[in-house]
Each structure stands twice: as structure tokens, then as C-alpha cells.
Design a protein around this ligand. Structure first.
Ligand code: URA
Length: 284
């Protein structure tokens, strides 16, 4: 990559700071060359970088950074209508049986065009009685191959996030807005998300988790039924279908922009507080 002119570097760093101060930290629609991003960041004075809470120690995954990881940005869903979620169903007496029924109802789904490129439908995974549920956007290549959510690189980071909360992956439930992989991992189209998400809502009604963590803008948009920048939704507890809902960054975004991991950890701590969980002591 050709080096950027230092004045331009400083101007770009100032612009990035400006956006960040507005709370806009996830506005890239296309992958950015990590070397370019790093060169812009290195022009930014150390003191202006994202604040962290010194009172809260960060788990190991907050410091991880894989500079090679760069997937398509999926943080801004397209500007088309979002369907209103259906009414909340009565509590299931047997959540595992209720989940099996929902899976049966979905069947070998051809309700939207995403089925055409599907290898395996990714229904969801985890405990039917989970107190905590994570909702992502849609399966990627690894998930499509295995039929399980979050089993690729983003999934490894999600696993680290879950264990930093003092939980095991088997104790939570993980699902996505859409159950079939969008081509080239693009953001699901509103008609795809609106067709598929009612099944997710049924899964949520069956599990009745105390807390739901929406991973990224697509999950937040289709769960809350409103389109708002992530910055306006993070950092607080929403009430949704009888659960508390917390919005944070998508792990794939965190792999591209690890500086936001501290912010994500702060969001997860809100979830932990709501669940009455304490972070496990870190081994040195
Ligand atoms: N990204 C998602 O949103 N969901 C997955 O299951 C995997 C990656």
C-alpha cells in the first residue's frame, strides 16, 4: 500500500475522531484495507483514542487482534420496511419440545430465495432453558457447512465473550435473524429477514431468556423493529417481548475493529448485571 501524505493522514484521523465522538463507530459498508486503517490510526494522538473504564479489568479477548481478518461489513441494514414482531405467545411448558415443533414447522424451507444457496439451515443452538440468548445476523460459510450458528472466526470470539461472562456456550442459546446464509455474506434483505425472523421470535418465546444480546445492527433492527444507529441503542437495557435486550457490536465487526472490544465488554457487563453474574477471576 502506498503511504498516505501525513497531512491527509491527520485530517482522516481527525474525521474518524469526529465520527467516534458522535457515537458513529460502525459506518463502514465495505471492508477497509487494514493497513490503511492502521496508518490513519497511527496519526491519531494516543490521548484521543476510545476511552476505557479503568475500574473494570478486560478479559483476554479484548486485547486479541487478528489483522488478517476482514469480512464484509454488515452493520447497516438497507432502508426498507421492517415487519412488526408478532404478539408474544404464552410461555411454553416444555421449551425443548416447543423448539422441536418450530424446527418441524420450518421444514425444508423455501420461503425466501436464500434457500437456493443453502447447504444447511442454521436453526439455533444451545440450552432450551437458557437465561441468556445471543442473536446474530445470519450464517456464514462455516455455519452453512455445519448447520450451527457462530462456529467460524466470529464464533470463536463469541465463545471467548461468553466464557468471559463466566458462562459456557452450552448454557446460552444462539440464533440468527435469518437461518440460511446470504450470498457472499451480504446483509439479509428486509423481505428475507421479515420472512425468517418470526421463527426466531417463536424460538425466543419458547426459551423466554431473561436477557437477549443483539449482536450488531441487523439483529438490533429486526428485534426492536426500529432502525437506529447502533450508537443510539447500545449502553442501555431495552425491554422486549418480556426479556431485557442489550445491543452490542457483532463479533465480526470486533475482529475488524478490535478497539471497540472494550465497548462490547462494557455492553456484556450490562447483561451480566441484569443476570446477576460476576466475571470469573482471571488466571495470571
Ligand atoms: N455471523 C452471524 O451473524 N451469525 C453466525 O451464525 C455466524 C456469523
Amino acid at each position: 500500500m502506498t503511504a498516505l501524505d501525513p497531512t491527509l493522514q491527520q485530517a482522516l484521523a481527525a474525521r474518524l475522531r469526529f465520527y467516534r465522538d458522535l457515537g458513529l463507530t460502525d459506518f463502514y459498508r465495505r471492508p477497509i484495507d487494514p493497513a490503511l486503517l492502521e496508518s490513519i490510526r497511527s496519526a491519531e494522538p494516543e490521548t484521543s483514542r476510545a476511552p476505557s473504564n479503568p475500574a473494570v479489568s478486560s478479559p483476554d479477548w479484548v486485547g486479541d487482534h487478528d489483522p488478517q481478518f476482514n469480512t464484509q461489513e454488515t452493520e447497516i441494514p438497507p432502508r426498507k420496511p421492517i415487519a412488526a414482531p408478532p404478539a408474544v405467545a404464552p410461555a411454553a411448558t416444555d421449551p425443548a419440545a416447543a423448539l422441536r415443533l418450530i424446527r418441524e414447522e420450518i421444514g425444508d424451507c423455501t420461503r425466501c430465495t436464500l434457500h437456493k444457496g443453502r447447504n444447511k439451515l442454521v436453526f439455533g443452538d444451545g440450552s432450551p432453558t437458557a437465561r441468556l440468548m445471543f442473536v446474530g445476523e445470519g450464517p456464514g460459510a462455516d455455519e452453512d457447512a455445519q448447520g450451527l450458528p457462530f462456529v467460524g472466526k466470529a464464533g470463536q470470539l463469541l465463545n471467548n465473550m461468553i466464557s468471559a461472562m463466566g458462562l459456557k456456550r452450552e448454557e446460552v442459546y444462539i440464533a440468527n435473524i435469518v437461518k440460511c446464509r446470504p450470498p457472499q455474506n451480504r446483509t439479509p434483505e428486509p423481505d428475507e429477514a421479515n420472512t425468517c425472523s418470526p421463527f426466531l421470535f417463536q424460538q425466543i418465546d419458547a426459551i423466554r431468556p431473561e436477557v437477549i444480546v443483539a449482536l450488531g445492527a441487523t439483529a438490533a433492527t429486526y428485534l426492536l423493529g426500529q432502525r437506529q444507529p447502533l450508537a443510539g441503542l447500545r449502553g442501555r437495557v431495552h425491554t422486549w417481548r418480556g426479556s431485557k435486550l442489550i445491543v452490542t457490536y457483532h463479533p465480526a465487526f470486533l475482529l475488524r475493529d478490535p478497539r471497540q472490544k472494550k465497548e462490547a465488554w462494557a455492553d456484556l457487563q450490562i447483561a451480566m448485571r441484569e443476570l446477576g453474574l460476576k466475571a470469573p477471576a482471571r488466571s495470571s
